[in-house]
Design a protein around this ligand. Structure first.
Ligand SMILES: [Zn+2]
Length: 182
């Protein structure tokens, strides 16, 4: 009995001749990331620092720097610390420094720890902040916005001289200590 040699098992499956092409979806893995500017994350400190820095938070001026400004109040054992973060442009930075330094000179001396340590620290800190902000070139605010009001310089505000009272007292105490030790 001769059976016609029918390789039934080999019958090619009619249908999906493209089945082995289905892997084409894999090419998505090779697709370059849209935009492909991942390396910009590594750009780090841009050479033109003026462009990269965020604008002034008060007025939106382009040229700004971020340096904390502090204020301190100390009355007996009550102490209050304040600080304001930038970025500020030149005009707004100076305004904030003046405002907070003035408050510190007026209200910062009236506790022992404040007088000896905290207030001098705050004033020196703000002096650094002042130098930082005053070194910036002036920068115009965004349309419709304005710089913070700088007000008069700290030393033209009479209440700043309240600082002379505890200062004089501190100097007196120190001279007493020194002269009694001699
Ligand atoms: Zn500003």
């Amino acid at each position: 009995m001769t059976t016609p040699h029918h390789p039934a098992g080999h019958t090619p499956v009619p249908g999906n001749p493209y089945s082995h092409n289905a892997g084409g979806g894999g090419e998505a893995a090779y697709a370059p990331a849209p935009g492909g500017h991942a390396p910009s994350a590594y750009a780090g400190p841009a050479p033109a620092a003026g462009q990269a820095s965020p604008p002034c938070r008060a007025c939106g001026a382009r040229i700004a720097v971020n340096f904390k400004v502090r204020a301190h109040m100390g009355i007996l054992i009550m102490m209050k610390f304040e600080h304001l973060d930038g970025p500020f442009c030149r005009a707004c930075g100076i305004a904030v420094v003046r405002q907070m330094t003035f408050r510190t000179l007026f209200l910062g001396w009236w506790g022992p720890l404040s007088l000896v340590i905290l207030n001098p620290f705050t004033l020196v800190w703000n002096l650094t902040a002042y130098l930082k902000y005053s070194k910036l070139p002036p920068s115009a605010p965004l349309p419709g916005r304005a710089h913070l009001d700088t007000g008069p310089p700290v030393l033209r505000r009479p209440l700043s001289y309240v600082a002379l009272i505890p200062l004089a007292w501190a100097i007196w105490v120190v001279t007493q200590i020194v002269t009694h030790e001699m």
